[in-house]
Design a protein around this ligand. Structure first.
Ligand code: G3P
Ligand code: CA
Length: 277
């Protein structure tokens, strides 16, 4: 399983792939994650209109695609992601925005090669199937985050769909499943008790972290960088909990959390963290 691929502590997790060097949640970002020495990558899953599981973070399309200027694409702003089919979504260019915006200044600084830049134009939004097949080919463990499907509250079927895809791509052993929607974790634990699970916490911790994780059948804890500190990491790690804070982009913080016993760090800057370790 996921944790067996990664012995010890201090693993580098590529948040949405190597998203400071390539457009997030694309296969190019996954390739760069491997190239830069990530130990695992993180991706976001949403279910779209025809039931396909797509690797995409936002519930609207405008930030990371050319939807606003794509003449072949119909629809009304803000273009809700779940209202389109896979075929429609794959007409969009999910890469050129990165060249236009240089969101992390990595193009200007020369950290992105010209060969990589050429590959960005016309990148498609990947399906989860493509992403998992990539992980299998590279034996690259993957943290699959199921985004909360706000258009269908209470519907847990995306969990069943993710598990089916893991089975079809033979990647059950590579996946760590996480979500802010803890009902999804409960469903996965019911369906697949051996699938490693991680609880995402953004603003506050559960009252009793170890007790809460045990209740859900989770072994991983993914707190936001602003609510975690080395002392808490030490305590949780001593209880066998795999702590993977996100999204840690300050390398001094990353190193101090690793020294305290973090299993991994989910960062946008894989290449910088790799150089610090
Ligand atoms: O899984 C950690 C992190 O990715 C959660 O936040 O919004 O970046 O998906 P977000
Ligand atoms: Ca995520």
């Amino acid at each position: 399983m996921f944790f067996d691929f990664l012995p010890g502590v201090g693993h580098v997790g590529a948040h949405r792939g190597a998203r400071t060097l390539a457009p997030e949640n694309t296969m190019l970002a996954a390739e760069l994650a491997v190239k830069m020495g990530a130990n695992f990558w993180e991706l976001d899953v949403n279910k779209v209109a025809d039931g396909t599981l797509m690797v995409f973070h936002d519930d609207v399309l405008s930030r990371t695609t050319d939807v606003a200027s794509n003449a072949g694409f119909t629809g009304i702003a803000p273009w809700a992601t779940h209202e389109y089919s896979c075929k429609e979504l794959q007409q969009l260019d999910a890469g050129s925005w990165f060249i236009e915006e240089d969101p992390y200044g990595t193009i200007a600084s020369g950290e992105v090669s010209s060969a990589t830049l050429d590959k960005m134009v016309g990148l498609q939004i990947p399906t989860l199937r493509e992403a998992l097949e990539f992980s299998r080919r590279h034996d690259l463990p993957v943290n699959v985050e199921i985004k909360d499907q706000l258009q269908s509250p209470g519907d847990l079927s995306i969990v069943d769909d993710v598990l089916k895809m893991a089975h079809e791509t033979e990647t059950e052993d590579l996946i760590l499943l996480s979500s802010f929607n803890h009902d999804y974790l409960t469903r996965m634990h019911y369906l697949a008790p051996n699938m490693p699970l991680a609880v995402l916490a953004e603003k506050k911790h559960p009252d009793d972290i170890p007790g809460y994780l045990k209740l859900l059948g989770a072994t991983g804890y993914h707190p936001a960088k602003d609510i975690i500190d080395p002392e808490l990491v030490r305590d949780l790690a001593s209880r066998g909990i795999k702590v993977n804070p996100y999204t840690v982009n300050d390398m001094d913080q990353a190193v101090s959390l690793i020294n305290a016993g973090c299993f991994g760090i989910i960062t946008d800057f894989v290449h910088k963290l790799r150089h610090r370790l």
